[in-house]
Design a protein around this ligand. Structure first.
Ligand SMILES: NC(=O)c1ccc[n+]([C@@H]2O[C@H](COP(=O)([O-])OP(=O)(O)OC[C@H]3O[C@@H](n4cnc5c(N)ncnc54)[C@H](OP(=O)(O)O)[C@@H]3O)[C@@H](O)[C@H]2O)c1
Length: 242
């Protein structure tokens, strides 16, 4: 029987690459998306044309409690098991301290912390049955402090913190780890100038930006490492060292 992975925010970019990587391993793929319906459908079609009936899509806005509850229920009903949950979906934008608002808090915390936490809570029993893995995608830049991103940083730091707490709470059946990407892709809908790119790269010891595949490979490694839990793996070309 195929194993099943749920990846949030999987229609595009890093989430999509994780989906394709696990499809190559013959897994069932649940592609969660919020607004990128066409991309999610295209991805499911691509996967199903290679491995028939292995990819399904679910829409849910992680800011909305009832959507998260529905995502949990639909995930449970879709395939026989749930073996890996990757909390990848994220909203990312600056909130300088003079511009913070309740709305920004709800959006940034909803997708980066509250949604993932309640998703874990709803799926933990199924994950226990399969001795599964939870992987939370955080951000390597947190360790140094990032000006103008206080809400996003708080949400991602919260996600790293619950990674440790839940690693204890859900052991020994489930492993819970985090992967902290560095500079992989330009933010969605943003194109950096050559000068901006050079500046970012100059702070990375490996002298290049990462790629979607670097994170997908890390997910594969972490999920298969059955004697590792509560850890955050930085996949950042050494950026956090400098
Ligand atoms: N890209 C990087 O260089 C980098 C660096 C550090 C950390 N990371 C982390 O790595 C992960 C993947 O990065 P990425 O750049 O591929 O992500 P991304 O493109 O910024 O976001 C991934 C998906 O998250 C979904 N999403 C956003 N808000 C949502 C909400 N309220 N409810 C449900 N889904 C929501 C969106 O789905 P729809 O399109 O369907 O709306 C989006 O496609 C993220 O957790 C990010 O924080 C990335």
């Amino acid at each position: 029987m195929n194993k099943t992975i749920l990846i949030t925010g999987a229609a595009k970019r890093i989430g999509k690459e994780i989906a394709l990587t696990y499809s190559d391993l013959g897994w069932n793929i649940i592609i969660h998306y919020n607004s990128s319906k066409d991309d999610a459908e295209d991805l499911a079609q691509k996967i199903n044309s290679k491995n028939p009936n292995t990819a399904k899509i679910i829409q849910a806005n992680l800011d909305i409690d009832t959507d998260v509850e529905r995502l949990v229920q639909e995930t449970k009903d879709m395939f026989n098991s749930i073996d890996i949950l990757v909390n990848n979906a994220s909203t990312f934008y600056p909130t300088p301290i003079d511009e913070i608002s309740n709305e920004h808090w709800m959006k940034l915390v909803g997708s980066n912390l509250k949604g993932p936490l309640f998703l874990i809570s709803g799926l933990k029993d199924k994950l226990k049955e399969s001795n599964g893995s939870i992987i939370n995608i955080t951000d390597t830049n947190l360790s140094k402090g990032v000006a103008n991103y206080s809400i996003y940083s708080a949400a991602k730091a919260g996600l790293e913190s619950i990674t440790k707490g839940l690693a204890r709470e859900l052991a020994p059946e489930i492993t819970v780890n985090a992967i902290a990407p560095g500079a992989m892709l330009e933010p969605p809908d943003v194109e950096w100038t050559d000068e901006q790119k050079e500046k970012v790269i100059s702070n990375i010891p490996l002298k290049r930006m990462g790629s979607e595949k670097d994170i997908a490979n890390a997910v594969k490694f972490v999920a298969s490492s059955k004697y590792m839990t509560g850890q955050t793996i930085k996949v950042d070309g050494g950026r956090s060292l400098s």
